[in-house]
Design a protein. Sequence first.
Length: 71
Amino acid sequence: MSVILSETKATAEKSELALSKALSRAAKDIWEYGDCQELEKIYGRQVTEQPTPRELVYRLAEYVWREDHSA
């Protein structure tokens, strides 16, 4: 997660703390307002607990990688 934050920091011109808070808010918003079926598609299983920001970033990256390499 620290690698992602430091890489994003250079691009976004935001502090690591601000980026960490933004990821936390995004994870919470996805859980509360997002499409549950899409989240389950990304996870490959039913999701019963709110994911941590770290877990969500990992799963999203894994999903994108799988989609890019399945073609």
